[in-house]
Design a protein around this ligand. Sequence first.
Ligand code: ZN
Length: 429
Amino acid sequence: MTDYDIVLKGGRVIDPATDTDAILDVAVADGKIAAVGPDLAAGPKTTVTDVKGMVVTPGLIDTHAHIYEHVTGDFGLNADLVGVRGGVTTVVDQGGASALTFAGFKQFVAAPAQSRVLAFISTYLAGGLLGHKYVDLYGPTGINVAAIVKTARENLDLVKGIKAHAEPGGFSRWGIEALKMAKQASRELGLPVYVHLGTLWPQKEGTSVDPQTIIEQVVPLLDAGDVLAHPFTRYPSGFVSADGTIHPLVHEALAKGVTIDVGRGAHFSFDNARAVIGAGILPTTLGADLHGYNIKFPDGGRWYRGMFTDTEEMEPPEDASLPFSTPYGIHHTMSELMALGVPLPKVVAMATSNAAKLLRMEDTIGALKPGMDADVSIFRVLEGEWTLRDSNGVAVVTHQLLHPENVVRAGKVVTADSPLLPDLQQLAA
Ligand SMILES: [Zn+2]
């Protein structure tokens, strides 16, 4: 008999990496997955956790978060509120930390977090200060390829790629030059570049960039493994053109091996998601893009829609009791894709095995194989009827919602009690 540390008993284990979807036990010992199977026997020191009726998956990986707390101002959230306390075991910061500020990220964010914290380093020396508010910091003069390469090389345990933007505001100022520099660093490092699509900055006065032409310039620059993010953006610079058709360059990108990250945030359009998924294109990974400007804090704090417009404050939701007037995390993003017809195991693959591949960590995380790190997520599938709303206020009715219960992270159980999550009692009512 093996004396496991933890046995998660009787849950529905969904592990796309091993093609598993069955009622099984998961055992953890010494911070590693020890066994997955029926009726695993507990020993004298084993803590048995009953997870009947719940789903057990490899630890969820949120590929797009903003957690450089304090340094990026209100934009950066606490890593563990997005991570373990949000039911997520690995959180990837997208472009908060830069060559100039990486040491602080490592010491004050990554090191103290219970969550596994990784980063796509910013293309720009300024990083993601106030969510990239001051546009003049983000042109080619604010980029140093050698500095990115040096910092990334010194921190390859944390740096898994480079964050860049391709959107009309930047293109109106400096064209594709900033992305070219990001790609230069990406090629020197052999790391992917993660490209934000969808309007971020206002265009330079007196210019008019056609958003649909951006992707035409971006795709030829990209290599296999690079990522196009925010495909379902409600702005016309994503995958869906203003006339509702899928941009032909998207197919070219996919044929090249470029992957797609949802990057939910304040970008999400159900209509555009339906058009893309309807065309047979599924996202590869599932970043929730949580940040301090798109979350409603329980203390009644900030709540923004357009980040850098003059009317920044969002309208309060019609019914303040509805928990889904703003996105809150990866479970919500997963539920939205399910509402559009994507089956649960496919959605789980996006947040586990596919994400681990993006990070090139599929030998360590993203699957429940014996010997791998004991990162496990446990969540409920609530049944009922709820209305989901996208960033345009478009509604979709759903009958299933995922809600996190807890995680095992590095062999320890952590309860999903983040104040950023909706209230389970309220949901189940
Ligand atoms: Zn973001």
